[in-house]
Write a protein of this length. Structure first.
Ligand SMILES: O=C(O)CCC(=O)C1=CC=C[C@@H](O)[C@@H]1C(=O)O
Ligand SMILES: [Mg+2]
Length: 331
């Protein structure tokens, strides 16, 4: 990959902050940087806790989008799930409405400070509001083995399609998966953090720790690298967002479109969690799918949501450091 020089990146960088409709993974304002490359728009938005070395993969993904282009698409419309933050059950219908009709809903569970009953109430509220949708949950590694077993025994009545990262670590996932099989609880295990945060993203597959993997373009270093990981893992993949604007979502769609098989709806509907996106029209689901289309931010929206000067400087400094890291690597 040819890496553009830092001056070119900085000259084409637009740092923005997008207000969320509902708090999601502790975030009320999603800060990210949009980059205008010669081949299209790109996004660089590692979450604040990501270190520079991990963030280098996010930058590699942005450079692919803006300076290299995406691989060939095998399909032009991608089914997506709605994403339900860990809200009280009474807020479920309103949040769901922003996604329109969807084939699947992914529900966040195991939030710190909440109980299993809160999770069950939220899942029940989704079932009621979307009777036809397939349901899946995401615990973001918030349970330990016994709590996860107890929770999944109770949630099994909702016919869950899969449980995403119910417990931390590859060994944890493998033990839970074995316990579910032994108890004949028919819930698949999906690995997310154990793919995107491990130094070896293929370890999950080797340990038979999951039935499927969740892949995200930015933390994995781009569409091509993610495709390679899915191929080597030999497991079905669900493409999810990293809470990106439509620009980052476009890269997720490119991955979903290039995968030889796409058996599950993807977690790419998350623009619906923003009050507003920088692109008009935004990449939102229509009848449960998002079509691949060019995404070009609206200059007025880039201006409207531009970060204050101190945050702009913070992102510029981060971009410089991460660019230096990436330049030292051979990718
Ligand atoms: O998969 C989805 O439905 C939406 C994306 C999503 O859930 C996430 C996006 C960004 C950060 C992650 O903590 C979170 C996830 O854990 O999958
Ligand atoms: Mg997840």
């Amino acid at each position: 990959m040819v890496i553009p020089n830092i001056d070119e990146l900085l000259a084409n960088a637009h740092p923005v902050g997008l207000p969320m409709r509902t708090r999601f993974r502790g975030i009320d304002l999603r800060e990210t940087v949009l980059l205008q490359g010669p081949l299209g728009w790109a996004e660089f938005g590692p979450f604040a806790e990501y270190q520079d070395d991990e963030s280098a993969l996010w930058l590699a993904a942005a450079i692919e989008a803006g300076w290299q282009g995406f691989p060939t698409a095998l399909r032009n419309s991608i089914p997506v799930n709605a994403t339900m933050p860990a809200v009280p059950a009474d807020q479920v219908p309103e949040i769901l409405a922003a996604f329109g009709e969807v084939p699947a809903v992914k529900i966040k569970v195991a939030e710190v400070g909440q109980s299993l009953q809160d999770d069950i109430d939220r899942v029940a509220a989704v079932r009621q509001a979307a009777p036809e949708a397939v349901l899946r949950i995401d615990a973001n590694a918030g349970w330990q083995l016994q709590t996860a077993l107890e929770a999944l025994r109770r949630l099994a009545d909702f016919g869950l399609e899969y449980a995403e990262q119910p417990v931390p670590g590859i060994e944890g996932l493998a033990s839970l998966r074995a316990a579910l099989l032994a108890e004949q609880i028919p819930i698949r295990i999906a690995a997310d953090e154990s793919v995107r945060k491990e130094s070896d993203p293929l370890a999950v597959a080797r340990a038979a720790a999951a039935d499927l993997i969740v892949v995200k373009v930015a933390p994995l270093g781009g569409v091509r690298r993610a495709l390679e990981i899915v191929r080597e893992a030999g497991l079905p993949a669900v493409v999810s967002s990293a809470l990106d604007t439509s620009v980052g979502i476009r890269a997720g769609l490119a991955l979903a479109a290039a995968l030889p098989e796409l058996p599950f709806a993807c977690g790419l509907g998350t623009v619906a969690l923003f009050e507003q996106d920088v692109c008009a029209p935004a990449l939102l689901p229509r009848a449960g799918e998002i079509e691949l289309s060019e995404t070009v931010p609206d200059p007025e929206l880039l201006q409207k949501y531009r970060l204050p000067e101190d945050r702009v400087r913070w992102w510029e400094a981060r971009l410089r450091r991460v660019h230096a890291q990436l330049s030292q690597r051979v990718m």
